[in-house]
Design a binder for this molecule. Structure first.
Ligand code: ATP
Length: 604
């Protein structure tokens, strides 16, 4: 009984594996078709010209084998000068035409290929930009980097191999085989017996290449990841003396890739000795057979034999490429799979098809029966009703993990509620276009992201059309102007990667300058003061007060001053409002807020 079950299990496994292999092959093939169907028709002009050049290459290659016979015949009859000159001229013309056609084919294929790479990379990046925050939370940047930079290139290689293989190599092979049969039909039949043997040999190698290629890609991703983490986490690495660990990670990733690359080359090149040996055996047998038939008076002229042997030798290269075509395609399909994998990722947060501009209003923000969880559940916020009054400052307080930042994320529409709606002046923000929604909101987060640009360039992202004077004015209000002026090139100082030479307070003041420059009716502040000295904190407090005047401000409050200045305080606990009111009201109530006030704020 047990045996029966075990066997059943095994059979089941084998069937499953077979089905899996079949599916894998089927998807690989369907992806290949998809790649070709998307790319070739769009560039049909370029490919048509390249294919015409390839036909020319194939024809001239076959002709060059054919003309060898004529050369031998002409050389053995040097008395006939006219014939000799004619053959010389034909040889010259054939080889010149072959050279021109090869050049045209290479340039035209490269142009079409480079265009496809450029288009696919733009498409990949566009898709990336349209993704919601949830996508970036779960996808590693090193993986994205590799996908955008490498996969399009690999897809182009696949197209190159397919077009060149099916057109140039196949036609060349057909032309050369035709020359062989024309010159020596019986010897040709014998020579062709070696073909299938070679194909079987190459097929055996095929299965392994795909697996190694996938592992190699994983290794490359790891290398990028280690370099990226070393650059962004340099301070932590130094502070915790993690150099050895990082070096070990890098060493192991690099060695892995080295090993895989060697294995890959070994496998790919394994086809060469196989084919070379078979070709050698074939030529040797032909030499023997031809001598027999010459003795039996049935062979053609020396010219015909020469032409036949030349065609046979020339057929080796295209035949080799064709027999390896599947292997090369398999290796490249890894990139194609990676590319479509990214392109087919559904966009989890998109603009409604009938989205319209968010109408300008006083800036009242409402959470209407909102439930939300990051995993599509309702674990973070459940049935929350909240109104942030227009033009007023509301402080959000509560223990860590209560859902304060989540509320800001929902107002920014970085995520959509699972149930209920977020409204601005009564309008559901899911029905608004992204630009019109985000123009109404200025956001100052805990960490300020700075682009590799000048200070001015970094500030202008908030409002590209702002004049220099407007930027200076905003910086003055944010107490940033003086320190910017003291930088080596003032506003024109390049900030470098994420402003590493600026202090935490300076970075935050730049962030506030951006918010002021935005002139948005709603201001979201994720206040962070723990990293700041009291001088910077005082600057920032003053700066924020001047920004929030008359603006609907929602601030995650960590400082007593913010709580005291707020028009209203909302106390959150596990996604629920447990207390709300003015400072006095909440203190009088003597609940959780009062406790927090007494422990955290008063000491602060
Ligand atoms: P803090 O004061 O510590 O910043 P918070 O009140 O702002 O806390 P949130 O950041 O809103 O709290 O987090 C609420 C809950 O949601 C927490 O349990 C947190 O673990 C979870 N959470 C936050 N961001 C994500 C995310 N991107 N993916 C999954 N879960 C998240």
């Amino acid at each position: 009984m047990n045996d029966y079950h075990e066997n059943l299990g095994q059979d089941d496994m084998i069937t499953k594996q077979k089905r899996f292999q079949f599916l894998r092959r089927a998807t690989a093939d369907s992806l290949l078709w998809r790649l070709l169907a998307e790319s070739l028709p769009e560039h049909k002009g370029k490919y048509a010209a390249a294919i015409a050049a390839m036909i020319m290459v194939a024809a001239t290659t076959a002709l060059s084998a054919w003309v060898m016979g004529k050369i031998v015949d002409a050389m053995s009859d040097t008395q006939n000068k006219e014939h000799l000159y004619g053959v010389a001229a034909i040889v010259f013309l054939i080889f010149m035409a072959k050279g021109v056609a090869s050049f045209a084919q290479t340039v035209l294929m490269a142009r079409a290929g480079n265009r496809i790479v450029a288009e696919k990379q733009i498409l990949l990046f566009k898709h990336l930009l349209s993704q919601g925050i949830a996508f970036f939370n779960t996808t590693e940047s090193s993986d994205l980097l590799l996908r955008v930079t490498q996969s399009a290139q690999m897809a182009r290689n696949v197209i190159d191999v397919v077009v060149t293989g099916f057109v140039r190599d196949s036609l060349t092979l057909i032309g050369l085989v035709a020359v062989m049969f024309y010159q020596q039909p019986i010897l040709s039949l014998i020579a062709l017996v070696v073909g299938p043997a070679a194909v079987i040999g190459v097929r055996l190698i095929l299965g392994k290449v795909r697996v190694i290629m996938a592992q190699e890609m994983a290794g490359l991703t790891e290398i990028i990841k280690v370099v990226q983490e070393t650059s962004t986490g340099a301070r932590v690495i130094k502070a915790f003396a993690l150099e050895d660990i990082m070096q070990k990670r890098m060493n192991s990733a690099v060695r892995d890739v080295e090993k895989r690359s060697n294995k890959m080359v070994r496998l790919e090149s394994a086809t060469s000795p196989l084919m070379d040996t078979l070709t050698g055996a074939a030529i040797a047998s032909i030499v023997l057979l031809s001598s027999i038939s010459i003795a039996g008076q049935s062979a053609g002229t020396p010219g015909q034999l020469m032409s036949f042997v030349t065609a046979f030798l020339m057929a080796y290269e295209p035949a080799k490429r064709l027999s390896r075509m599947r292997v090369t395609i398999e290796a490249g399909m890894m990139g194609v799979r990676m590319m479509y994998n990214l392109l087919d990722q559904p966009i989890n947060l998109s603009e409604a098809p009938d989205a319209c501009e968010l109408a300008v209003g006083p800036g009242e923000v409402t959470l209407d029966h909102v439930s939300f969880g990051y995993a599509g559940d309702t674990s973070v916020i459940r049935n929350l009703n909240l109104t942030f009054e227009a033009g007023k400052t509301t402080a959000l307080v509560g223990p860590s993990g209560a859902g304060k930042s989540t509320i800001l994320n929902l107002i920014l529409r970085l995520y959509d509620p699972v149930e209920g709606a977020v409204r601005i002046d009564g309008q559901d923000i899911r029905k608004a276009t992204f630009p019109s929604l985000r123009q109404k909101i200025a956001f100052v987060g805990q960490d300020t992201f700075l682009f590799s640009n000048t200070v001015m360039g970094n500030l202008r992202v908030a409002r590209p059309e702002a004049t220099d004077e407007e930027v200076f004015e905003a910086a003055r209000v944010a107490y940033a102007h003086d320190f910017i002026e003291s930088l080596p090139n003032g506003y024109r100082t390049p900030i470098g990667e994420n402003g590493a030479f600026l202090s935490g307070g300076q970075r935050q003041r730049l962030s506030i300058t951006r918010a002021i420059l935005r002139r948005a009716p709603i201001l979201l502040l994720d206040e962070a003061t723990s990293a700041l000295d009291s001088q910077s904190e005082a600057y920032i407090r003053d700066a924020l007060e001047s920004v929030s005047a008359g603006v609907t401000t929602i601030v995650i409050a960590h400082r007593l001053a913010t709580v005291m200045n707020a028009d209203r305080i909302i106390y959150l606990e596990t996604g629920q409002v447990t207390e709300q009111g003015t400072l006095q009201e909440l203190l009088a109530k003597g609940g959780a807020f009062k406790k927090l006030y007494e422990t955290q704020f008063r000491n602060g």
